[in-house]
Design a protein around this ligand. Structure first.
Ligand code: BES
Ligand code: MN
Ligand code: ZN
Length: 495
């Protein structure tokens, strides 16, 4: 997909624009948008709307020919003209892209009312269009011998809006975020026999080459020397070597404290000896989506050349049962010295993250955010709409949570806050070690977050549980690329 911005005015009219297709909005009260009016010189558009051929319902479309200088004009329903809601705009974009995919045209001008969405600006509209356009042509057929049919239709899009510093920046950022999401989705969808810890490490190395990041891959020996007993306990049952990935984008001032993103990279979670049930277990290939979102966000910030210091830390391994696997009741010592009784080997995410979070101390971070497909209970609590957001209730935690919530709203990749409180920590008591790796029944997402909190007291910290948002199940099974938009927007806002 190729995007550009072009402003049309009285000299440079939309009616004179040559294009395979121009998309303009019509409303459900039969009114035409400005661009539609400008194209309606011989009354064809108003006639089509009057006749009822298009209702103006958000996402409805009607294709006309012989209007203006363009080969085609696509009328796109935008709902009420009194106020265009986010939802109407997004549905309109969806309908438009579906029509674009079936056109004989390769290029199009989008002249939708991008400045008029309620409580949103043109930058939001641009991001919405770019991300939806990427999604519409995204394919996961790398592992099929017979590839899916290549997406047909429009590949080159001109956005008809004011060409200002803001809109140009918005377009660059939107493309970077969309490309980042594509990487996150590709990695998530790959099967676990291909997407191993080594594969993630190689992806990080490739990103480092492409965008001049520093990269370091720590191997088992080094992890042993660092005394990451908790992380290493999860790798015991697996034949695949663990990888601990450190990526650095030092785009800010050298003395500025970095933001550290910590990703859960379990490339397959069988549950270990506390083995999971069979149905749907294939979806545990997605248990590396936290790691994939860190890599996708790095692709985005690399492409943007973001002026901020950002460090990515990924702990990656498989969680497998075997004669060597960790057993329920085993006690291990984490990197920060706390001992952990592993009552359930399926609560492995927190066991790898706690050592990664201790490792992050060495960067004297301004903030650390971990991203993890951590608990099935988070899907019970929030469904597939919001990621779970956790932070302490001190000043630093409140501020970080507010920033992340705002970045989620801004990028339509929302999170919802859940508590971190001492009372939940009580649920993690063990008779034999400093901490148990599962809590007593109830609030499993919260006790998981509270477990991590024990390892994050040296810096401002937040945790995103993306179990419900990182991928879709069922017929539309596939990674979503979330929360790359939230994370990228959070980082952009910090510059
Ligand atoms: N990766 C899973 C969490 C998960 C499960 C995410 C299903 C998305 C869908 C995690 O490692 C896990 O198994 N968590 C357990 C924790 C429990 C043993 C306390 C869970 O959620 O069941
Ligand atoms: Mn698990
Ligand atoms: Zn897991």
């Amino acid at each position: 997909m190729d995007f550009s911005i072009k402003a049309f005015d009285t000299k440079n009219t939309i009616a004179a624009a040559k294009s395979g297709c121009i998309a303009v909005a019509v409303f459900d009260n039969k009114k035409l948008s400005q661009a539609a009016k400008a194209l309606d010189q011989d009354g064809q558009i108003s006639a089509a709307v009057k006749s009822g051929d298009i209702t103006g319902k958000p996402g409805s479309t009607l294709l006309l020919r012989g209007v203006g200088a363009a080969a085609r004009v696509l009328l796109v329903g935008m709902g009420s003209d009194e106020s265009i809601s986010e939802k109407s705009f997004a549905s309109a974009v969806g309908g438009m892209l579906k029509a674009f995919s079936q056109l004989g045209a390769a290029d199009a001008i989008i002249a939708l009312p991008m400045e008029d969405v309620k409580e949103r600006d043109a930058a939001w509209a641009i991001r919405t269009i770019v991300c939806a356009a990427h999604e519409s042509v995204f394919r996961t057929d790398g592992q099929k011998s017979k590839k899916d049919p290549a997406p047909a239709g429009v590949r080159k899009i001109t956005l008809a809006t004011q060409s200002t510093a803001e809109t140009k920046t918005a377009l660059l950022q939107a493309q970077a975020i969309a490309n980042g999401m594509d990487l996150t989705k590709e990695l998530g969808n790959l099967s676990a026999n291909v997407c191993t810890p080594t594969y993630l490490a190689n992806t990080a190395k490739k990103l480092a080459r492409d965008y001049k990041f520093e990269v370091e891959i720590l191997e088992r020996k080094q992890l042993e020397a660092l005394k990451m007993g908790s992380f290493l306990s999860v790798t015991n049952g697996s034949e695949e070597p663990p990888k601990f990935i450190v990526l650095k984008h030092m785009g800010g001032k050298s003395k500025d404290a970095p933001v550290v993103l910590v990703g859960k990279g379990i490339t397959f979670d069988t549950g270990g000896i506390s083995i999971k049930a069979g149905p749907g277990m294939d979806e545990m290939k997605y248990d590396m989506c936290g790691a994939a979102s860190v890599l996708g966000t790095f692709r985005a910030i690399g492409e943007m050349g973001l002026k901020l210091n950002v460090i990515g830390v990924i702990a990656s391994c498989e969680n497998m049962p075997s004669g060597r696997a960790t057993k329920p009741g085993d006690i291990v010592t984490s990197m920060n010295g706390l001992t952990i009784e592993i009552l359930n080997t399926d609560a492995e995410g927190r066991l790898i993250l706690c050592d990664a979070l201790t490792y992050a101390e060495r960067f004297n971070p301004a903030a650390v955010i971990d991203i993890a497909t951590l608990t099935g209970a988070c899907i019970v609590a929030l469904g597939n709409h919001n990621s779970g957001l956790f932070a302490r209730s001190d000043d630093a935690g409140e501020q970080l949570a507010a920033e992340l919530m705002a970045a989620g709203k801004q990028s339509s990749d929302t999170a919802w806050r859940l508590p971190i409180e001492e009372a939940y920590n009580e649920q993690l008591k063990s008779n034999f070690a400093d901490l148990a790796n599962i809590g007593t029944p109830g609030g499993a997402s919260v006790t998981a977050a509270c477990f991590l909190e024990n390892f994050t007291r040296k810096y401002p910290w937040a945790h995103l549980d993306i179990a419900g948002t990182a991928w879709k199940s069922g017929g539309a099974k596939g990674a979503t690329g979330r929360p790359v938009p939230l994370l990228s927007t959070f980082l952009i806002n910090r510059t």
